[in-house]
Design a protein. Structure first.
Length: 205
């Protein structure tokens, strides 16, 4: 089982966790029902109860063990030290503004991009979003330690495999100054990154 993008992964986990939640609710209902019974449950009745609990524990743990490698970016994170980025973009954030950030970025299909983002004052975030508002990826950008005039970077590596146009914005609340009087996000940059060259036109990565 593999997923080519985070939307497919989210859809799968929505179904899996919904089923699991109903199973958890059923065990609580079972337990509650037995509390209302006047006669005490016999040992023979308790066996299936604890067997069911064991099944739920094994199922929950097993689900994460057997599906962690289906997440598109896990293998890349595990072998990151061996991956060389095709391009690297380095910029900063200060006073709720992007500093030295490219006006726009075009990425070829399959390219692995490294984003190095540094904060000079507050905790911000760096996130890419599809045009429907769903998030592709994000990282927290903490204020760096200034060593010889250089701030420690917060970086993320990402491989783009689907065409699309993406917005960039801060994913961390950094105070009211990040918004104008009308509530517009001052750190939102529309259509900042574009991925081209893929066969599909879904823009899903």
């Amino acid at each position: 089982m593999t997923f080519s993008n985070s939307l497919e992964l989210l859809a799968f986990h929505n179904v899996a966790y919904t089923i699991y939640a109903f199973m958890i609710i059923s065990i609580i209902a079972w337990f509650g029902y037995n509390l209302t019974r006047k006669e005490k449950a016999k040992s023979a009745v308790r066996i299936p109860f604890y067997t069911y609990i064991g099944f739920l524990v094994a199922g929950g743990v097993g689900h994460h063990i057997f599906t962690y490698n289906t997440i598109p970016w896990v293998s890349q994170d595990l072998s990151r030290h061996e991956i060389k980025a095709d391009k690297t973009y380095t910029f900063e954030i200060e006073k709720h503004k992007w500093v030295n950030m490219p006006k726009s970025v075009t990425v070829q299909c399959g390219e692995t991009i490294e984003f190095n983002v540094r904060s000079r004052d507050l905790v911000y975030g760096f996130g890419l979003f599809r045009q429907d508002g769903s998030m592709v990826m994000q990282m927290q950008v903490n204020p760096g330690t200034d060593v010889n005039g250089i701030l420690d970077p917060n970086d993320i590596l990402w491989t783009f495999r689907h065409n699309g146009v993406f917005d960039v914005m801060s994913t961390e609340y950094s105070g009211p100054k990040a918004y104008d009087e009308k509530g517009n996000d001052l750190m939102l940059v529309k259509k900042w990154l574009k991925v081209v060259g893929c066969k599909d036109e879904g823009g899903k990565k």
